[in-house]
Design a protein around this ligand. Structure first.
Ligand code: SF4
Ligand code: SF4
Length: 403
């Protein structure tokens, strides 16, 4: 069990309250991006290719806590950039913890040993350490040698000081199920609470698009990994920081549509429409405007070209949690038997736009849409083959920072 009972209870109470109020859209998680600057330049990252003046911007403590209060989500995930570069991060975290919200501070861990004593262990604070695989795989993924060892040392340090620790792992094309399963075994031995796992989203700002997994390839990969988890004794010890129905979705057994409003994003530009992953759709000045004025129906699988390969937890975990809330028996069954690893996959959602017509959601009827099976699978190219090319490289080197 990766998610403690207190957290599960709080989230369930929050959900029940919002449903009783008749709210149609409400966030489970605030993705708070306090800066875009990072001390790494990972191959699959779509966050750090901003000009220098943007990379140097910070969300202030006041604005961060205002965003937390405005949206009311019971959980706050703090990705980046690298949050530990932000000088006021301890105050931001302390403010969120004081509000009894569950904070996941996502870090590549390079600076964790230096800053760990600025934080206090709490049931409300978890360090979510970026770790994409074993030593070779992770160092390839972050395009720098030695980062895996630093991350593992930081996990041990944080555990020894009594912090909650999870890892967040992104899977790209070319993954071998056995190696991923071996990695999960080793990660659990570090004493982490759970694993957050997602197929990498094909960021348009990442240097290579062909490293990302297509949906069918993702589902096959997850089925193989979960199958290995069943056959190995150690697999019973894998704890995921996800609902079981989300894992079942990853394994191709649920035809879920994205609910981007379930994980809203606030960053140096304001409230990002519609989600953490799509950064070119504009910003809302307030949370209310984000929820009320965003054309949500434009986004999701079959509705928007850029959503079609997405299975990221920021779009679909909320859908799975809502499904579990509406169908508790189905959720219990999935929790009992684990994600399905055989049989036909759940059907894909139909296309509702015409290829080549941009993000023309609703521009055509479903009847006029081509079959989903026509989506080509993305070629498998190893993450090791990627050489990162910065959008900023024309202007000079990327700003890398150490606090
Ligand atoms: S650690 Fe890597 S993925 Fe995360 S923000 Fe930095 S460059 Fe991007
Ligand atoms: S499917 Fe949802 S989470 Fe994924 S890119 Fe589209 S809007 Fe964002």
């Amino acid at each position: 069990m990766a998610i403690p009972l207190l957290q599960t209870f709080r989230v369930a109470t929050y959900l029940a309250g919002r449903k009783l109020r008749g709210d149609k859209r409400y966030p489970l998680v605030l993705m708070l991006e306090p800066l875009f600057q990072c001390n790494l330049a990972c191959a699959g990252c779509g966050k750090i290719d901003y000009p220098k003046e943007i990379l140097q911007k910070r969300v202030s403590v006041e604005d961060a806590l205002r965003a937390v209060d405005e949206c009311g989500a019971p959980m706050v995930s703090i990705p980046g950039g690298e949050p530990l570069i932000h000088r006021e991060m301890p105050q931001i975290v302390a403010g969120i913890v004081a509000r009894k919200k569950f904070v996941y501070l996502c870090t590549n861990a390079i600076l964790l040993a230096k800053h760990i004593d600025e934080y206090r262990p709490s049931p409300y604070l978890t360090f979510s350490i970026h770790l994409d695989g074993n030593r070779q795989r992770h160092d390839e993924s972050v395009c720098q040698e030695g980062v895996f060892d630093k991350a593992v040392a930081a996990i041990r340090l944080a555990r020894s000081k009594g912090f909650r620790v999870t890892i967040n792992c992104t899977l790209f094309s070319g993954e071998e199920p056995r190696k991923v399963a071996d990695f999960f075994d080793e990660a659990m031995k570090l004493g982490i609470e759970g694993i957050t796992v997602s197929p990498g989203y094909s960021y348009s700002h990442a240097p290579r698009q062909d490293v990302f997994l297509g949906r069918t390839a993702s589902k096959r990969l997850f089925r193989e990994i979960f199958k290995l988890g069943r056959t190995r004794k150690s697999g019973a010890g894998w704890a995921f920081n996800h609902s079981t129905l989300f894992l079942d979705f990853l394994a191709g057994n649920q035809s879920y549509q994205c609910t981007p409003w379930s994980m809203v994003t606030y960053n140096v530009f304001g409230w990002q429409r519609p989600c953490y992953l799509l950064s070119d759709e504009g910003y809302a000045p307030t949370f209310r405007s984000l929820i009320e004025d965003t054309e949500w129906e434009k986004y999701g699988v079959g509705r928007n070209r850029r959503c079609d390969n997405c299975m990221a937890h920021c779009g679909f975990e909320g859908t799975a949690v809502n499904d579990a809330f509406s169908h508790p028996l189905k959720a219990l069954k999935a929790a009992w038997s684990g994600p399905g690893t055989s049989g036909p996959m759940a059907p894909e959602l139909p296309f509702n736009y015409v290829e080549g017509a941009g993000n023309a959601a609703g521009a055509s009827s479903a009847a006029a849409s081509p079959a989903r099976a026509a989506v080509p699978e993305i070629a498998a190219i190893s993450i090791a083959d990627i050489k990162r090319v910065s959008r900023e490289s024309q202007d000079g080197p990327r700003v890398a920072a150490q606090r």
